[in-house]
Design a binder for this molecule. Structure first.
Ligand code: MN
Length: 262
């Protein structure tokens, strides 16, 4: 999916009146569905390359990539498309750190993704918010700490609210936002592969995203790990869709240009 600030005659952009905010959101903002990236189940490097190429096309168009998954592994290949666009700070909302280097021969799965992201030379830092999973091994914890991850637990985020989210995001920086739906409580987002109790409410997550979007300059985002076959009554899908609209509205209100390729 891509989204453009530029007005386009062929796409209606009337926006929505948000009864909670008491104002119009996303008026004049156009969006378009870029389609799906074709995935071959047994061809991991090729899949990653196709995802990077698709994200690069969206960036070359001058639009904001909004990538919906699916497996959290996609964050790494999407970020590779930003290689020539200056330093990027990554903000991850997730139950898990996803910092495992290798497990059973896998280095590019959804549990490895932030480790691989940390190795990208243009990634200036990583903030992880909403953490609360149980973890068996110390090595990923130590690697994340050694890298200098700015971590905010689920409890810290709940108690500190949007200010706790904003505090770990560098002001004015170009940020890539990665939202793993399992940061929400298991009751709010049951349709995901590794749900956990003790997570955020929808409103807590939305307010954190708004705080992040007003603190830094979001240049791309993904929302991942929504799994419709595991869902009930479209609870997770509807929550994810509404969250994306709220996130895009907050990003649009900053109205700063995207970084161009150097
Ligand atoms: Mn994740």
């Amino acid at each position: 999916m891509w989204w453009s600030y530029r007005s386009r005659d062929d796409v209606a952009a009337g926006g929505w009146y948000d009864l909670d905010l008491r104002r119009w959101i996303l008026r004049g903002v156009t969006m378009a569905d870029w389609g799906d990236v074709e995935i071959a189940p047994a061809e991991i490097p090729g899949n990653l390359d196709r995802i990077t190429a698709a994200a690069a096309e969206i960036l070359a168009d001058g639009s904001l990539p909004v990538v919906v998954g699916g497996d959290h592994a996609i964050t790494f290949p999407v970020l590779r498309a930003f290689a020539d666009r200056g330093p990027v700070h990554v903000v991850q909302l997730d139950t898990h750190q996803d910092f495992v280097d290798e497990r059973q021969g896998t280095r590019f799965g959804h549990g490895n993704v932030m480790r691989r992201v940390s190795e990208l030379p243009f990634v200036a830092g990583i903030s992880q918010l909403g953490l609360r999973a149980l973890q068996k091994y110390a090595e990923p914890l130590e690697a994340a700490a050694a890298y200098g991850v700015r971590a905010v637990s689920a409890t810290e985020l709940r108690r500190g609210g949007p200010d706790a989210a904003a505090a770990v995001v560098p002001p004015g920086a170009a940020c890539y936002l990665s939202i793993d739906i399992d940061v929400l409580d298991i009751a709010t987002a049951p349709g995901t592969g590794t749900p956990e109790p003790g997570g955020l409410t929808y409103a807590e997550l939305r307010d954190a995203v708004r705080a992040i979007a007003s603190r830094c300059r979001v240049i791309g985002l993904d929302l991942v790990e929504v799994s419709p076959p595991y869902d009930w009554a479209e609870v997770t899908s509807r929550t994810a869709a509404r969250l994306l609209l709220s996130a895009l509205a907050a990003i649009a209100e900053r109205r700063e240009p995207f970084p161009s390729a150097s």
